[in-house]
Design a protein. Structure first.
Length: 120
């Protein structure tokens, strides 16, 4: 972020999610630096709760809006990559299995090595 003179412009340039994340960070900083039980501490805690709720709502709305139909191919590829990175091994096995079936291959283990074999 720029200096305090540019803060207004920086905030205007942010997406709603970026602003919510920024507010949440500032509120968390307030909690960390205020004396527990002080007015500033309590206000910061309330701000954390509000900003957290807003961020969760924005994330939920983004989740509904982020589809291949309304994203660029690059944005969609990034979203799919992020989903894959967060997936469990069991979930990834499902995707690998489906892909292998589509391209007509299977996986075998021979001598401790994983090999791709053409399905019969």
């Amino acid at each position: 972020m720029g200096d305090s003179n540019n803060l207004g412009n920086d905030l205007l340039a942010m997406t709603a999610r970026q602003r919510a994340e920024w507010v949440l960070e500032r509120a968390q900083h307030g909690v960390e630096t205020a004396a527990p039980g002080s007015v500033a501490y309590v206000q910061s805690l309330r701000s954390v709760a509000r900003a957290g709720k807003e961020l969760e709502e924005l994330k939920a709305a983004e989740g509904e809006a982020l589809t291949a139909a309304n994203l660029t191919p690059e944005q969609w590829a990034e979203k799919v990559a992020q989903d894959a990175q967060q997936a469990t091994d069991e979930d990834l096995e499902t995707y690998v299995s489906e892909w292998l079936n589509r391209v007509g291959y299977g996986l075998t283990v021979t001598g401790g090595e994983l090999r791709l074999v053409r399905s019969s």
